[in-house]
Design a protein around this ligand. Structure first.
Ligand code: MSP
Length: 567
């Protein structure tokens, strides 16, 4: 199967903040998408990192009495620890203070100055100091001249280098019209497309009022505007700005194959930069544009916007407390299936967490897998039985279909095939929750199948009526084999959210598709199209030993107090 490259990124996070649920969320979303892509057999490169320049970092460092580089070093470590905590499988972590990045940024700026896309000029406008961005007159008026953080916007004037964004307006409009899926979800596309109609103004790309940034070549006193520096990370990490510098700085030449990104996963507040300024910059640099910018919405906390004053930030210690109690996979599942992936914000609530945990995990896939494992242990001594469909009167179907009665048939091969088709489609559209749901839905079908066929009753009947034991045993074998193979297939779709638990299940069932069953990041022995074939070459076989194993998820008690950061 051809393995087309799949490049996915997260925003690079500001080092003057501490990691919290927002950062963890985007990274988890991108991670699940990356894991899914690898499972599909795509040659995947997943990038995250930290955004380390700018006035905010310079100011925070000064307030702490350290150098900006020291502050960046210290906080980059916190972000790296956060990414590790939530199980991120990124292939690289870029820091904008690294020479491999900074040198390429300078090369990009030099190129743009030479082409006339960057020029020296004077600008006056409304400035949002917190966000370090200028706001158009219209947007400023709409927001009543207040900044994102609630403080007043300030009138600022500077002589700076500018990027000729205005020049690219026609090209961008054409690009948007030709690529209606460039920005997703659709409502965000319309938002950006609408705002573009107001007209694009040139963007300052240098700053002179502080020095913590990448110097503009041959322009003493000018440092690169942090947003231009930051956006370029997606290109510098794979070495496409300047291959020579990249090679000198140990970025492997073959990384260029990942360009352009399949998806830049971001939060909605930074969409304009990614959807408009970024593609225009790339056009000016003669580099191809990303296929999609995916902007999710925001987490709020127990019904309220997260804020430092309210003290309701879901910060890393609280996230750790959830992980300690429920496991990493449960947290990831909650984030991925209940999070603000689409147009609306989502509430992080303990009550909801417990509800979802019990419904989807403890009573869902967890219960399904242990039910099946237990029955195989109990009725077949932990070894998968051979299937002989002779117990059913001529059905004309192979063992992957089970006819319960005249109205109810379970065709597991078709169910699995559909789940695969659907999951691939949802993944391509970045509806990751829907992709994962294919696994849950399949587990649900297995539960339903068990409820219809009642294997435990068949086992009892076998004891009571020895004369039918032979036939009943075949029936039981058939049912349980379908269940076991169904659980195996379902687990594949759940892996991108729950790599640890699924790897654990695969180890106890001795059926891991991982190259190294002990290492969730070791890659797969085959693409999902083959792995997910029910009864296919990777399917469970008769004689195969299945251990009962530990339950995957213990039930959670809603009456337990919510985890706290100190618990
Ligand atoms: N450094 C810039 C991004 C540059 S990318 C070229 C930046 N950094 S940030 O540290 O502020 O991170 C912003 C990102 O964090 C958002 O885009 C989003 O991915 C995530 N979140 C921050 N708060 C969030 C929520 N409350 N909810 C969900 N995600 C949010 O902006």
């Amino acid at each position: 199967m051809p393995s087309s490259p799949y490049y996915i990124t997260t925003p690079i996070y500001y080092v003057n903040d501490k990691p919290h649920i927002g950062h963890c969320y985007t990274t988890t979303v991108a991670d699940a998408a990356a894991r899914f892509a690898r499972l599909l057999g795509r040659d995947t490169f997943f990038l995250t990192g930290t955004d380390e320049h700018g006035q905010k970092v310079e100011k925070s460092a000064a307030a702490k009495g350290v150098t900006p580089q020291q502050l960046a070093d210290e906080n980059a470590v916190h972000f790296q620890a956060a990414m590790k905590l939530i199980g991120s499988s990124h292939n690289d972590f870029i820091r904008t203070t690294q020479a491999r990045h900074a040198k390429q940024v300078q090369a990009a700026i030099q190129k743009l100055i030479a082409s006339g896309d960057i020029y020296l000029g004077t600008f006056e406008g409304w400035y949002d100091e917190g966000q370090e961005e200028y706001v158009t007159e219209n947007a400023a008026r709409e927001k009543n001249y207040t900044a994102f953080n609630g403080k007043p916007l300030v009138k600022a004037k500077e002589q700076n280098y500018y990027f000729k964004l205005s020049k690219w307006q026609p090209a961008l409009e054409k690009f948007f019209d030709a690529n209606p899926e460039f920005v997703r979800p659709a409502a965000r596309f319309n938002e950006v497309r609408g705002r573009m109609k107001e007209g694009l103004q040139d963007v300052p790309v240098s700053r002179t009022n502080f020095s913590w940034g990448i110097p503009i070549p041959d322009a003493p006193g000018h440092v690169t505007y942090v947003w231009i520096d930051a956006l370029l990370n997606y290109a510098t990490a794979v070495g496409v700005i300047d291959p020579r510098i990249a090679r000198e700085r140990e970025i492997p030449a073959e990384r260029a194959k990942y360009w352009p990104a399949e998806v830049h996963a971001i939060g909605k507040e930074i969409l304009w930069f990614h959807a408009v300024i970024w593609p225009a910059l790339l056009m000016a640099l003669s580099l191809s544009t990303p296929r999609c910018v995916y902007a999710h919405s925001f987490w709020i906390s127990e019904g309220k916007k997260m804020s430092k004053t309210l003290g309701n930030f879901i910060d890393l210690p609280l996230i750790r407390a959830y992980i300690d109690r429920y496991g990493l996979d449960a947290l990831r599942w909650y984030l991925l299936t209940q999070g603000p992936l689409r147009e609306t914000d989502a509430d992080f609530s303990y009550a909801k967490f417990v509800e979802v945990y019990n419904a989807d995990l403890a009573n869902g896939i967890g219960n399904c897998a242990s039910r099946v494992g237990n029955m195989i242990e109990k009725y077949f001594g932990g070894r998968l039985p051979a299937v002989d469909t002779a117990h059913t009167s001529s059905t004309g179907t192979d063992w992957t279909t089970y006819i319960v009665d005249q109205t109810t048939t379970f065709d597991f091969r078709a169910l699995s095939g559909n789940a695969f088709q659907q999951a691939s489609k949802e993944h391509a559209a970045f509806r990751l929750d829907e992709a994962l749901m294919q696994g849950s839905a399949l587990a649900g079908q297995i539960d339903l199948f068990i409820n219809h066929t009642r294997p435990f009753s068949i086992a009892k009947e076998m004891e009571k009526t020895p004369e039918h034991a032979e036939r009943l045993r075949k029936q039981l074998a058939h049912i349980l084999m379908l269940c076991a193979e169904g659980v195996r297939v379902a687990s594949l779709f759940l892996f991108p959210a729950m790599p640890l638990k699924m790897a654990q299940l695969w180890r106890t069932w001795n059926c891991s598709p991982l190259i190294d069953p002990a290492n969730v990041d070791s890659g797969f022995r085959a693409p999902l199209s083959e792995l997910a074939m029910f009864g296919g070459p990777h399917g469970l076989k008769a004689g195969h030993a299945i251990a009962k194993g530990e339950p995957l998820f213990m039930r959670a008690k809603a009456e337990d107090p919510a985890p706290t950061a100190t618990a």
